[in-house]
Design a protein around this ligand. Structure first.
Ligand code: URA
Length: 390
């Protein structure tokens, strides 16, 4: 019988968001379908030695495993992700707790569900309340009452987890965990994106349709790459009442188009981020060496206060992307993300060898590069297909 389990996640070491996303991917692989993931919350550590703040979230997993096997799987994921249990309440790469197992109360050696301390922890209750569908927990705790009783504990809602879908689970948008090379890569495998990409790959797709499809896909990629932008509440008035409404925090991001093919992605991104600033980097590939040569560079002001989204349809050898991000990093933006339509494993490896901190969003990872540096099966020369120059 399938039961919905609630799993609490926490991390307070190195790339905390990434550890949460990785654990969610591992839950999907080892425990069951991830039906929902809450927002991410930042909280000060409770007890233990001096240590950094935690990121916390709750995932709902539909599982056929018994609660003991779920617990075993959680401990296994913690071990695989490198958690060392050195001291109680000490800092950790990942902490996974089985909070709830359907409507059942379990009390057997080593396993108590509902989790015995969850009702005292706002950092568990706040994300849980976003996703758990029932107001009363199996041990009789009323979720709203427990939330109110712990409301003095400070937690900060940071928005959704980049790369893992906040609702509906990470099946469609996943942070790929299959191997070292694919670490920190989000494959946007939404059916609309995949369908449009297949149409674009066809060699007889005409230029006008290719361009239109690229614009549509780019808007969808833009939607995914901005999924976790932080929100804050701003007072507004509707025709009926005053309310505090969520608005994106901070100043506008910059989309940096890597010329010339980046222009194709830029248009679609601007459809969903119409107020974004735009930068350009002109690079061409030396056809002999496949190296990237720069011929143009123009960025908006205050880059240091902005997130930069660098765009180029094809991450092939990775040389242009590496060179572009080198130039962007010199301006010290708050964060850089890279968006492409297609990536080759070789390009991802080269890019992350130079820029492991820059996450990649792509619609697909293809098989390999051919000896001319083209992605196979790919879609041919993206620039030529966008601009009809062949
Ligand atoms: N650039 C392209 O346009 N296509 C490829 O396959 C590789 C790089």
């Amino acid at each position: 019988m399938t039961v919905t389990a609630a799993v609490g996640l926490g991390s307070n070491l190195s790339d905390r968001r990434h550890h949460l996303a990785a654990a969610i991917a591992a839950l999907a692989e080892n425990v069951g379908r991830v039906a929902a993931v809450s927002s991410v919350y930042e909280t000060a550590p409770v007890g233990g030695p001096e240590q950094g703040d935690y990121l916390n979230a709750v995932a709902l997993v539909e599982t056929d495993l018994d609660p003991e096997l779920v617990l075993e799987a959680l401990l296994g994921i913690e071990r695989l992700m490198g958690r060392e249990r050195r001291e109680r309440w000490g800092p950790r790469i990942i902490d996974l707790d089985l909070l709830l197992y359907g409507d059942r109360a379990v009390d057997r050696s080593g396993l108590t569900v509902p989790h015995p301390r969850m009702a005292q922890r706002h950092f568990v209750l706040a994300p849980l309340a976003e996703v758990w569908p029932h107001p009363v927990l199996p041990d009789g705790t009323v979720l709203d009452d427990a939330l109110a009783a712990t409301a003095d504990q400070e937690v900060r809602r940071l928005g959704t987890l980049g790369g893992a879908a906040p609702y509906g689970g990470p099946q469609r948008t996943r942070r790929v965990m299959a191997g070292e090379v694919l670490d920190n890569v989000v494959v946007v495998d939404h059916p609309l994106v995949q369908h449009k990409l297949s149409l674009m790959r066809r060699k007889d797709t005409p230029t006008a349709e290719f361009r239109r499809l690229l614009r549509e896909i780019s808007a969808l990629l833009g939607y995914e790459v901005t999924r976790d932008l932080p929100l804050s509440l701003v007072p507004i008035e509707t025709p009926l009442a005053a309310m505090d409404a969520p608005m994106i925090e901070g100043i506008k991001p910059v989309i940096v188009s890597i010329l010339r093919a980046g222009g194709g992605i830029l248009e679609g991104m601007l459809d969903v981020l119409p107020a974004a600033r735009v930068g350009h980097i002109g690079l061409y590939r030396d056809h002999e060496t496949l190296e990237a040569i720069e011929y143009y560079f123009k960025m908006p002001d205050r880059v240091e206060d902005r997130m930069v989204i660098a765009v180029d349809p094809m991450l092939a050898t990775g040389h242009s992307a590496v060179a572009a991000v080198n130039r962007i990093k010199a301006r010290q933006p708050k964060e850089i993300r890279f968006v492409c339509l297609l990536a080759a494993p070789e390009g991802i490896a080269e890019f992350h060898r130079h820029h492991p901190d820059v996450a990649i969003w792509t619609a697909a990872i293809d098989s390999h590069l051919n000896d001319k540096g083209y992605i196979v099966p790919g879609l041919g020369d993206a620039g030529d297909r966008i601009f009809g120059t062949k």
